[in-house]
Every structure is written in structure tokens, then in C-alpha cells.
Design a protein around this ligand. Structure first.
Ligand code: ATP
Ligand code: MG
Length: 426
């Protein structure tokens, strides 16, 4: 499909689009999808349009997207930095490359490629890589690479390095227009959000669960979030954090909902029923049980947690197995094999670390026993669980949940995300 596709909410451009700057978005795993490829590309473009909608708010001009095989071209009058920042958060693109759009001719391509290295420091190495989508072009890819390389050397006197160049000049040749790029930003990679279905993320205030959510989205799951507070026995700090985290995470997907659920009353009941050193496992079981009920209502097929094997006492294999036993949907744990430091590094990269580091009053500390049981068996919890009416507790909890869609109406900040002011959930 080669026609320019207007981004939703912006008018189509009449006639040919003028030569000028644009952005090349390289598809990741989407291109492996064989006969279903078009469904993945449609979803990828829907998500891209959604991400761009905010970019156009208050900005005069229009944006267009066009698909060439395995590459999406994005252009228009909106600020290019803003387009790049937005596209870099859309799951499914491995690279985001500012480029120049020129007519398909040797002279125009050479001029753009020479221009791409303007201002490069002496000694900067480069390589040229050309790709022909339009086979009748008179030169082969290799001939064009040699020609462009020679002209760059003439103009700038820079050395070629084909194995590890400092700058890779990429030329994509299409029928009427070609694209020349000398810069590559990483995209998120992965699969378009929504192509793997829906999931409900158990979002706490720590480092782990936001990173787990990002991984789930990156594998194509559209995510909603649930956060349990110790209310009425704890303050609202953890809910504010969950809100800020969900807003940050929603910048990577069509915004999902955040459900804030008060667990304090149920936690008290567990303690009164005699949970003792099994209090934490009892709470976890109640959380996933409630999350499973909520997930089904949201048409989600799984719940996601930030557990990493052995990271803390409650994350031993036997405790996790006991949590799974209470869930009525699959429990996905994308971070199961991750080290804490890897998780923190990733949290910094995705922009959630600076929120996670803020202090809060976690509901898990409420009524926590001095020693957490490392190996819990079903018999250990069966006794006190029998004394509770879990279904009724869960119904009460969910009925009074506060539901918001963090970040749905906001324009995201450009390039580096910084957490905005924390908002209340009311
Ligand atoms: P995190 O950094 O995500 O808080 P953690 O290392 O502190 O994780 P735990 O507190 O044992 O580990 O929690 C394990 C997982 O259980 C969390 O990653 C999260 O998915 C879920 N969870 C814990 N507390 C809550 C909560 N208050 N609300 C929602 N989910 C929670
Ligand atoms: Mg935690």
C-alpha cells in the first residue's frame, strides 16, 4: 500500500506531498508475521495515530503516514522532535530515523546524503547502505552505495568504515521518492500493543511492577492497572504514586484504566482470622483473586505481576505457586529471571524510576508479620481462609474502587519524559 494515509483527526493532503524532512520508522518483529502481517501493521498504525493525536493538539499543520514494506514513513508540519519523541514510545518500531525525503534521482539522493554529513567532525567514519524498493532504478544498491560513498568522501574527506561506522547513511529508494537518513534512534521494539490481547497489571509503587507492565505491553498486551491500598489504615501516597506510574506507562499504549482498590479492611479480617505469619501470602492470594475477577470484567485474559524469583521472601517458588492457586486467570511474571539492578536500569530507561523512588505507605507493610513464611502450603492458608467470605470481601472492594484513565487527555512531554505533578484520583 503506497497511498499517504492521513493520521486520524487531521485532514488528508491533496496532491503530492512536498519534498522535505520526515521520519522513518523501522518495523521490528511485525515483519515476521507472515499472512497476518497486515493485521499487525494496521494495529501498529492505529497506535501510532493515537500517539500522534496529542502531538497535534494546539499545533497547526497536518501529519501523514505511509507504509512501505517493513518501514513506515511519517511526515508533515508538526515539529519533528515531537513526532520523533512520540514515535519512539510506540511499541513495534525498532528504530526511529529522522530523514530527508527527496525525489528519486541520483543527483537528489547524492545531495541529501552529502548534506546528512554536514558538520561531522574530521575523522568521523561512515558507511552507506541503500535499499531499492523500486527495481527499475538504473543503479543496483551496491553501485548506488559506492557512488554516494565516493561523493561524500569528495565533499567531506571522511573515511569509510563498513563494519563499525560512526554514521550509517541509509537510502531507501521508492518509485517517486526516496529517503535519506544519517541518524538512528532506538525504538521500543516488540509487538504493537493490542495484538496479544489484554491483561490487568498488579501495579504497586515499587520499581518492579511498572517494568513488568512495560514488558507486557512490549509483547503486545494492552494493559489496565489495579493498585491495592491499605485504606482506610494508610494514607493516599501509594495511590498518587500508582496514578503517576500508570500515566507514565500509558504513554506507551492507548491509555488503559487504573483501578484503586482499598484492601485495608480485608487485611484486618485476614489478621483477625488468624493468618499470623501467613498474612503476606494471604494478602497476595486475595489480591490475585480480586484481580482475576476484575480482569474478567475488563475482558483481560491474564494478570501481570512484577515478581522476580527469590527477590524477597514472599517471592519464593512455593509462595508464588500458592498465589497462582488462588488466581482464576494465568499469572504472567515477565521479570521472573531478572536481577534487581537490571530492573532498576530498565525503570530509569522507561521513565518510571523517578516515581518509584518516592516514599509511600505500602499496604503490604500494614499488619506484616515479623517473619514471612518462605514455604507455605495450601494447608497453611486453608484454615484462616475458611473463616473469611472472600467472594463477598472482593465484591465490596471492587464496588468501591476508584477508576481513572491516567494521562488520557494530556499531551506527553517531548523527548525525555519527566513525571509531572502527582494528581489525586478523585
Ligand atoms: P514492586 O517493586 O513491584 O513493588 P516488590 O519487589 O516490592 O515489587 P512485592 O511487594 O512482594 O515485590 O510485590 C510483588 C508483586 O505483587 C508486585 O510486583 C506487584 O505486581 C504485586 N503487588 C504488590 N503490592 C501491590 C499493591 N499494593 N497493589 C497492586 N499490586 C501489588
Ligand atoms: Mg512492593
Amino acid at each position: 500500500m503506497n497511498a499517504a494515509v492521513p493520521a486520524q483527526g487531521v485532514p488528508d493532503l491533496a496532491g503530492p506531498v512536498p519534498i522535505g524532512p520526515c521520519v522513518l520508522l523501522k518495523h521490528g518483529e511485525v515483519f515476521l508475521k507472515g499472512r497476518n502481517r497486515h493485521l499487525f501493521v494496521e494495529r501498529l498504525h492505529d497506535n501510532l495515530r493515537g500517539a500522534l493525536r496529542g502531538a497535534l493538539r494546539g499545533v497547526p499543520g497536518s501529519v501523514w503516514i505511509k507504509e512501505m514494506q517493513n518501514v513506515t514513513v511519517l511526515g508533515g508540519d508538526a515539529p519533528q522532535d515531537e513526532l520523533i519523541a512520540r514515535a519512539r514510545r510506540v511499541m513495534g518500531f525498532v528504530a526511529v530515523q529522522p530523514a530527508l525525503r527527496v525525489e528519486t534521482s541520483e543527483e537528489a539522493i547524492v545531495a541529501a546524503a552529502v548534506g546528512a554529513l554536514d558538520g561531522a567532525a574530521p575523522g568521523t567514519t561512515f558507511a552507506v547502505r541503500a535499499r531499492r524498493r523500486h527495481k527499475p532504478f538504473p543503479l543496483t544498491s551496491t553501485q548506488l552505495e559506492r557512488l554516494v560513498g565516493a561523493r561524500i568522501q569528495e565533499a567531506h574527506g571522511l573515511p569509510v568504515d563498513l563494519t563499525r561506522p560512526d554514521i550509517r547513511v541509509e537510502v531507501e529508494i521508492d518509485r517517486k521518492e526516496s529517503y535519506v537518513s544519517g541518524l538512528r534512534h532506538f525504538g521500543q521494539g516488540g509487538l504493537p500493543v493490542g495484538t496479544s490481547g489484554r491483561a490487568l497489571v498488579l501495579l504497586s509503587g515499587g520499581y518492579d511492577s511498572p517494568v513488568a507492565a512495560h514488558r507486557a505491553m512490549r509483547r503486545g498486551l494492552r494493559c489496565d492497572f489495579v493498585h491495592f491500598t491499605g485504606a482506610p489504615y494508610t494514607n493516599a501516597a501509594s495511590a498518587f504514586k500508582a496514578y503517576a506510574l500508570a500515566r507514565e506507562l500509558n504513554r506507551y499504549q492507548p491509555p488503559g484504566k487504573l483501578h484503586i482498590v482499598a484492601l485495608g479492611h480485608a487485611q484486618k479480617q485476614l489478621a483477625v482470622a488468624g493468618a499470623g505469619r501467613f498474612q503476606v501470602v494471604g494478602q497476595r492470594r486475595l489480591m490475585v483473586r480480586a484481580a482475576s475477577v476484575l480482569a474478567r470484567r475488563l475482558r483481560a485474559q491474564a494478570v501481570v505481576t512484577g515478581d522476580a524469583l527469590g527477590q524477597v521472601a514472599s517471592q519464593t517458588l512455593s509462595n508464588m505457586a500458592l498465589v497462582d492457586e488462588a488466581a482464576t486467570l494465568p499469572v504472567l511474571r515477565p521479570l521472573i529471571g531478572w536481577e534487581k539492578q537490571e530492573i532498576i536500569d530498565e525503570a530509569r530507561r522507561i521513565g518510571t524510576a523517578e516515581i518509584s523512588v518516592l516514599p509511600d505507605e505500602d499496604c503490604c507493610q500494614l499488619l506484616a508479620p515479623r517473619q514471612v513464611s518462605l514455604r507455605t502450603k495450601l494447608e497453611d492458608v486453608a484454615g484462616f481462609e475458611k473463616r473469611l467470605d472472600a467472594d463477598e470481601l472482593i465484591e465490596e472492594m471492587l464496588a468501591s474502587a476508584q477508576v481513572t484513565r491516567p494521562g488520557a487527555d494530556e499531551a506527553a512531554p517531548a523527548v525525555t519524559p519527566a513525571p509531572g505533578p502527582v494528581r489525586t484520583t478523585g
